[in-house]
Design a protein around this ligand. Structure first.
Ligand code: SF4
Length: 181
C-alpha cells in the first residue's frame, strides 16, 4: 500500500490533541458555528430535548459500538474494519450530508495520520439502510483542516457567536436558547 501523506497532518494532529477535539466537533462546526461554540464550551441542552434523547437511544440500540478503538485518540466510530482500513459510522437519517460525513471523515483522517496509510470511511443511514462513501480527497482533507482552525478560534471566543436560522434549528436542542424554536 502507498504511504499516505498530507501537508497539514502534524499541525492538524497537534490541534486535535491540544483542543481535545473529536468527531462531533467537526459535525457541529460544519452545521452551525453557534452550535459548535456551545458544544466546545460544554453548554448542553440535550437532556431536556426529547427528540435528541430519543435519537441517542436509537443510535445506541442500532448495533454495538466497536471497542477496538478504545484508548486511541478518544476515537469512537461505530465500527472499524482494521483489515481494509475503513471506518463505519451510523446516522439516523440521511440529512446534512456534509456535516455528518465530516464526523466520519475525522475518524478516517486521524487513523490515516496515525498509521501513515490511507483510510476511507462509510456513513450508514439507519432510516434508509443505505451506505454512503465519504469523500476523502485532498479537497475534503483541507476542508477538515479549515474546520479545525475555526474550532480553535471558537474555543478562544468568550461570546456566543451570531447565528442565523437554518433548517436544522427545528431539531436542534438549542433552539429555545436561540429563539429559533
Ligand atoms: S438552534 Fe439553530 S442557530 Fe441555534 S445553535 Fe441550533 S442550529 Fe445553531
Amino acid at each position: 500500500m502507498q504511504t499516505w501523506e498530507w501537508i497539514h497532518a502534524q499541525a492538524f494532529y497537534e490541534r486535535v490533541e491540544r483542543l481535545n477535539l473529536h468527531g462531533l466537533h467537526f459535525q457541529h462546526a460544519a452545521l452551525c458555528e453557534r452550535r459548535a461554540w456551545l458544544y466546545m464550551h460544554n453548554v448542553n441542552f440535550a437532556h431536556w430535548h426529547a427528540r435528541v434523547a430519543l435519537g441517542a437511544v436509537r443510535h445506541a440500540n442500532a448495533f454495538k459500538r466497536d471497542h477496538s478503538t478504545a484508548g486511541l485518540f478518544g476515537l469512537a466510530p461505530d465500527m472499524v474494519d482494521w483489515e481494509n482500513n475503513i471506518v463505519h459510522e451510523n446516522k439516523g437519517t440521511g440529512g446534512a450530508v456534509e456535516a455528518a460525513d465530516s464526523q466520519t471523515a475525522f475518524y478516517a483522517l486521524m487513523l490515516s495520520i496515525a498509521t501513515g496509510k490511507a483510510w476511507t470511511a462509510k456513513t450508514h443511514v439507519l432510516s434508509t439502510k443505505k451506505v454512503r462513501d465519504v469523500v476523502m480527497d485532498r479537497e475534503a482533507l483541507d476542508r477538515m483542516n479549515r474546520l479545525s482552525l475555526r474550532l480553535e478560534a471558537l474555543a478562544g471566543e468568550a461570546e456566543v457567536p451570531p447565528a442565523r436560522p437554518i433548517p436544522l434549528c427545528q431539531t436542534c436542542s438549542a433552539a429555545v436558547f436561540c429563539g429559533y424554536d
